[in-house]
Design a protein around this ligand. Structure first.
Ligand SMILES: Nc1nc2c(ncn2[C@@H]2O[C@H](COP(=O)(O)OP(=O)(O)OP(=O)(O)O)[C@@H](O)[C@H]2O)c(=O)[nH]1
Length: 236
């Protein structure tokens, strides 16, 4: 029953036009969450977003036969982009580590016009390691929502997460973009509650946008339904 409801929500999610940036420190569970939201797949053995072998990129990002929107294929190091276009062409792209040397692929022009306005779901899954944090802002500009993923069982990371989150939200270009904080891994003992996370990340001091916070588990799919509903309400 619950699984059926979640699958139904997931199918609705695919039919939305939504652009989301998924941000957070390394190991928070961003890629796991995106996989669960879109495909209902969870894996214990995730490869950090930055260290997926290049060979996988070359296979996954081989030029598609028709490319509806080449501008979206801006290939850069340090993120995954999951995107689907619904229409006569369905495309699901998942770009792991992207090397500037293959930037060339981004210049591919559409081979034929896209037949009608597509519904698009784009989820930027940005690498969390310190050297990649400077690219976060660029991929957050213009999105419908910023999703901040936190490992709620890793209390030692909260101070850094708070500093990075507030530094990002202070960027004027990101003003007013709704924020969803997901306290992930609530299947683990000693995870922080929503109230603890609100306090630890000083969420009540963020006043220039709508802020929500849920406790979730990508692993056990806990509260994935309300996460999907929240996201769909921000779609256009
Ligand atoms: N117990 C538990 N483990 C999780 C959960 N979500 C993710 N993980 C695990 O946490 C680890 C990191 O997950 P990732 O999805 O790679 O994290 P990430 O935030 O994308 O990491 P970077 O790509 O390094 O920025 C993996 O071992 C996952 O299996 C969860 O809800 N519960």
């Amino acid at each position: 029953m619950f699984r059926g409801l979640l699958d139904w929500l997931r199918s609705l999610f695919w039919s939305t036009t939504l652009d989301v940036a998924c941000i957070g420190l390394q190991n928070a569970g961003k890629t796991s969450l995106v996989n669960v939201l879109t495909n209902n797949q969870f894996s214990e053995s995730m490869i950090p977003t930055v260290s997926v072998p290049l060979v996988a990129v070359l296979v996954l990002s081989a030029p598609p036969r028709s490319l509806p929107d080449s501008s979206l294929l801006c290939l850069r190091r340090g993120f995954n982009l999951r995107k689907i276009q619904k229409g006569s062409v369905v495309r699901l792209s998942f770009y792991p580590i992207l090397d500037p040397r293959i930037f060339l692929l981004a210049d591919l022009a559409p081979r034929r016009p896209f037949p009608h306005r597509a519904q698009t779901l784009k989820v930027w899954d940005l690498a969390g390691q310190p050297r990649f944090r400077s690219i976060w802002e660029r991929y957050c500009r213009g999105v419908h929502a910023i999703v901040w993923v936190l490992d709620s069982a890793d209390r030692d990371s909260f101070a850094v997460a708070r500093a990075e989150l507030h530094a990002l939200l202070d960027k004027p270009e990101l003003r007013a973009i709704p924020l969803l904080v997901l306290a992930n891994k609530n299947d683990l003992d000693d995870h922080a509650t929503v109230d603890e996370v609100i306090k630890a990340l000083a969420l009540s001091t963020i006043t220039n946008r709508e802020v929500s916070c849920y406790s979730i588990s990508a692993k056990s799919s806990r509260n994935i339904d309300i996460t999907l509903s929240w996201l769909m309400k921000r779609s256009h």
